[in-house]
Write a protein that binds this ligand. Structure first.
Ligand SMILES: Nc1ncnc2c1ncn2[C@@H]1O[C@H](COP(=O)(O)OP(=O)(O)O)[C@@H](O)[C@H]1O
Ligand SMILES: [Mg+2]
Length: 283
């Protein structure tokens, strides 16, 4: 097809040889299948800030660092240079997250390049080489739903161990290839340590997974992996290999230790009395 304007610079600079077809035009980006030499790849073209929807809210960008203080000041003042810096920071956040997550062992598309507002990455495919379906496009058995849920919870834990919360995780942002789920769509990724909304976002991501997979395996609806994961993270005890139960004991009131001790003593006394009684009867 005729290359869209935004991809022309990549063709001129020799990063892309041909645009094969448009894959999707979502709310925030248009995605194309492109040829780079022998390889077929995926090019994600970000829409301009004013055409994007919810994810530019400050909930997501809080705590993000920019490279120098001049940029930071310009962003705070909202000058046109500041807005340009902000826009570039937003767009490059996805490629940064992809590199960090790939290094942390999370299954994401392999990033190749970020150039002129276009992200070049691996095209995730099905066994026939076509663009892989989204989780939302599949009908799952209860068994497969449990397996994918488990895999994705493990991936969420790995992401958080690398300091990142996805922030928009759902059945629409997970592709499924022949080896299982691949997480995509990360321009809004959140810095877990620097952003006060991180716990809220993590709980929502995990809740979205339970709700989706719960359609196929209803027992997942009553799990509470989010609180379990966040509380381990807060105590610096979260590890990629942490074993989770899906249960989280919410302690509503401080525990009354005296009351607990009284109860234990009463039980012991009762048992003692029972034994004395039995001994007396046996005589
Ligand atoms: N690396 C990829 N491989 C295959 N398909 C992709 C890839 N990245 C995105 N897509 C397709 O493009 C759609 C939109 O991409 P996404 O990153 O979710 O952007 P957004 O939802 O912000 O528009 C996805 O739902 C998916 O179908
Ligand atoms: Mg998406």
């Amino acid at each position: 097809m005729k290359p869209p304007k935004r991809i022309e610079p990549l063709i001129q600079d020799g990063l892309v040889d041909e645009v094969i077809r448009q894959l999707m035009s979502g709310k925030e980006a248009a995605v194309f299948v492109v040829r780079c030499g022998e390889e077929v790849r995926c090019a994600k073209v970000y829409k301009e800030a004013n055409k994007r929807s919810f994810r530019q809210s400050t909930d997501y960008t809080e705590g993000r660092k920019v490279k120098n203080s001049r940029s930071a000041r310009a962003m705070e003042k909202g000058t046109s240079y500041g807005r340009k810096v902000q826009e570039e920071a937003w767009q490059s956040a996805e490629v940064d997250a992809l590199y960090r997550l790939a290094a942390a062992g999370v299954r994401v598309p392999k990033p190749y390049n970020f150039h002129e507002g276009v992200l070049l990455m691996e095209l995730v495919t099905d066994s026939e080489g076509n663009a892989a379906p989204r989780l939302n496009d599949l009908l799952l058995t209860a068994e497969l739903a449990r397996e994918y849920h488990h895999i994705l919870i493990t991936q969420v834990v790995r992401m958080l161990c690398a300091g990142i919360v996805h922030g928009d995780l759902s059945e629409y942002n997970v592709l499924v290839d022949s080896e299982g789920p691949v997480i995509i769509d990360l321009p809004q990724a959140i810095d877990a340590a620097a952003n006060n909304q991180a716990s809220k976002m993590l709980l929502r991501d995990v809740e979205n997974l339970a709700t989706y997979f719960g359609r196929f395996a209803p027992e997942l609806l009553t799990t509470d992996y989010g609180m379990e994961i966040w509380s381990l993270y807060q105590k610096s005890q979260l590890r990629p290999e942490s074993v989770l139960t899906g249960c989280f004991e919410r302690i509503e009131k401080p525990v009354d230790m005296n009351g607990v001790m009284r109860e234990i003593n009463d039980t012991l006394k009762e048992e003692e009395a029972r034994q004395l009684y039995r001994a007396a009867m046996a005589r």
